[in-house]
Design a protein around this ligand. Structure first.
Ligand code: 6PG
Length: 251
């Protein structure tokens, strides 16, 4: 599916508009299917979006009781560690809202090792989706993008990029935590709706290479996570869009 690029002049507008779109997609999913399953990214830019979702007036428009929250990746640290994605989303979003706690599915990082942790999360996902389908279908997937082109914890050149059977895998990456758990490319590519959120000039080259460069998903993993049949919107600020050739949607 083609990617829609929404460019915004500045960071506050980027976050506000992206949050409004996520809130709309959640309402749509709940209206159509009675529930909305979201899969979240870590990182500072997604965190700002979560904080916006948790704040009035937007938080008053979201049917929280019908939402289920999963993680697209996790750093292999205890949840008490501030680098944990579970800890970040708890602070930014869950702590402020009446989301049933059994609707929140963090990646447990107290297994013996990341590989065991990945297997455990996959078991939990399969139970939560109660699906015999090849892949879980998330209603809303939120991803960020690293300056090196990584998304979730799918890093350029990593063996995890070739995984086409498992839903979850362990991988080793850069900073701030090398050992990671990540959902695999086919899972992200099965999403009904994906929003990728990117800010800053440091990512302009990765945005342009991913969206306009030659197809090379081993170097640019976010080319492969674009939903096969679902909708995909990239929200980028002016700096992150600065190396794009194509015209982008502007408000
Ligand atoms: C993580 C994320 C990662 C993040 C990007 C963007 O666990 O770190 O899942 O993929 O979304 O690196 O992060 P920033 O918005 O902080 O640059």
């Amino acid at each position: 599916m083609p990617v829609t690029i929404e460019q915004r002049a500045d960071y506050p507008t980027l976050i506000a508009d992206a949050a409004r779109v996520v809130a709309h997609e959640v309402r749509e999913a709940v209206d159509r299917r009675g529930t909305c399953r979201l899969v979240l990214a870590g990182g500072e830019t997604p965190r700002a979006l979560y904080e916006r979702l948790a704040a009035p007036p937007l938080c008053e428009t979201i049917p929280w009781a019908h939402t289920h929250w999963f993680f697209g990746d996790e750093r292999w640290v205890p949840h008490a560690d501030p680098r944990s994605n579970a800890a970040m989303v708890e602070r930014a979003l869950f702590a402020h809202l009446a989301i049933p706690r059994h609707h929140i599915y963090p990646v447990s990082t107290d297994a013996a090792n990341p590989k065991a942790g990945a297997a455990a999360y996959e078991t939990m996902l399969r139970a939560a989706f109660r699906s015999s389908d090849a892949w879980p279908v998330f209603d809303v997937a939120i991803l960020g993008l690293g300056a090196d082109g990584h998304t979730a914890s799918l890093f350029p050149g990593d063996a995890a990029l070739a995984e086409r059977t498992a839903w979850v895998t362990a991988t080793r990456a850069g900073s701030p935590v090398p050992d990671r758990i990540t959902l695999t490319i086919p899972v992200f590519a099965s999403a009904r709706f994906m929003l990728v959120l990117v800010s800053g000039a440091a990512k302009a080259a990765s945005v342009a290479a991913t969206l306009e460069g030659p197809r090379d998903p081993t170097r640019w993993p976010a080319q492969a996570t674009i939903p096969t049949s679902g909708r995909c919107v990239w929200f980028v600020d002016r700096d992150a869009a600065s190396k794009l050739e194509q015209r982008t949607n502007r408000p």
